[in-house]
Design a protein around this ligand. Structure first.
Ligand SMILES: NC(=O)c1ccc[n+]([C@@H]2O[C@H](COP(=O)([O-])OP(=O)(O)OC[C@H]3O[C@@H](n4cnc5c(N)ncnc54)[C@H](O)[C@@H]3O)[C@@H](O)[C@H]2O)c1
Length: 326
């Protein structure tokens, strides 16, 4: 396959680029490096530094290459920031995505894999959510993603697409070629890794009185390299059946914040200190995926479905980030 991939200097896009290249496919990355890091771009990928809304530049790239599909990861991802600056999120995540999709369409590239988010389900009353469940977004970030999904769904005559709603993505490439580098990440396992390597003293646990067994919020953590493999398989599915679809991406299993911290403390001899603070705006109590649709349609066997493996890969990556001063 030959893939045009946006956001390849970011966490998930770089892992998918690695997975594509490892499996003998070609990839051309577009990234404006606004939140990404150039060191995450695989050496053997083609790279153009530009914004996804640059119609002229991207049209030229598409004309010069014979891409099979667009994988669109580029976007802003911080929930709290989106609550503060909603317009920033609608502009980049929705408007810029639509511009990009139309640039692709105008240059005869109409197959799209789009990164969406489980936070679209928001405060669903259901414990385990399926793709058909009603959406209750709790913040502008989730809304900006839903609006982009809706655009694709409303333009089915122009695009063949797969929308992937990721649950909580964590961990790092086992060869430590990529991982999360974002300095102000709000992701639990990233922060825990920073504490494990001594970069931070403590994890703040937001909320201790959720209606869950231990009072902390529950999430479905999926290893980024398993998520990357899903992308390869759904692209093959899209190219073979030319059928638009939407899939949840998780493991279908929930862990509370304290489950994750306790597991890390088993591994790292109680090094992970934490304290409780107020719930954050826009956070939800429990979000776990039903992945039966993905499993029924897509050939995918997870390789890292184990909380300890996810935590260890993330901490090992954090050590490397520390040593190499990313
Ligand atoms: N990380 C998660 O847990 C998670 C969960 C659900 C969904 N997602 C979605 O997955 C995608 C990738 O997330 P990530 O964690 O890799 O984020 P990231 O911030 O690490 O990567 C995003 C990349 O996109 C680039 N970018 C942003 N806006 C751009 C633009 N207009 N033009 C060109 N490049 C631009 C950034 O420079 C960065 O390299 C996002 O769309 C996000 O909404 C992520």
């Amino acid at each position: 396959m030959n893939i045009l991939l946006t956001g390849g200097a970011g966490y998930i896009g770089s892992h998918v680029a690695l997975s594509l290249l490892d499996n003998g496919h070609k990839v051309h990355i577009i990234d404006d490096l606004s939140t990404g890091n150039i060191n995450l771009i695989p050496n053997n990928a083609n790279f153009t530094e530009c914004n996804v809304n640059e119609v002229g530049k991207i049209s030229e790239i598409i004309k010069k290459n014979k891409f099979d599909a667009l994988m669109h990861f580029a976007g802003f991802i911080k929930v709290e920031e989106s609550v503060k600056y909603p317009e920033k999120y609608f502009y980049n995540n929705t408007k810029n995505s639509i511009t990009l999709f139309n640039t692709c369409k105008d240059n005869n590239l109409n197959k799209i894999i789009f990164s969406s988010t489980a936070s679209a389900y928001g405060n669903s009353k259901k414990n385990i959510v399926t793709e058909n469940d009603k959406l209750y977004p709790q913040n502008p970030y989730a809304e900006s993603k839903i609006k982009t999904e809706e655009y694709l769904m409303l333009h089915k005559e122009h695009f063949k697409f797969i929308i992937l709603r990721y649950f909580n993505v964590a961990g790092a490439d086992e060869k430590l070629r990529s991982g999360q580098v974002s300095k102000k990440s709000t992701h639990l396992i990233k922060i825990l890794s920073e504490v494990a390597v001594g970069k931070k003293n403590i994890i703040e646990v937001y909320g201790s009185n959720y209606n869950t067994p231990d009072g902390t919020a529950i999430r479905d953590y999926i290893h980024v390299s398993d998520l990357a493999d899903i992308h390869l398989e759904v692209t093959k599915y899209l190219l073979e059946y030319s059928k638009s679809d939407l899939f949840n991406c998780g493991y279908g299993k929930g862990f509370s914040v304290l489950d994750v911290i306790n597991k890390a403390n088993e591994i790292y001899q109680n090094k992970i200190k934490f304290s409780f603070s107020q719930k954050r705006d826009g956070d939800v109590e429990k979000l776990v995926s039903d992945i039966s649709k993905l499993q029924k349609n897509i050939k995918w066997e997870p390789k890292y479905n184990d909380l300890a493996k996810i935590i260890k890969s993330s901490v090992n990556w954090e050590k490397k980030v520390n040593e190499q001063n990313f």
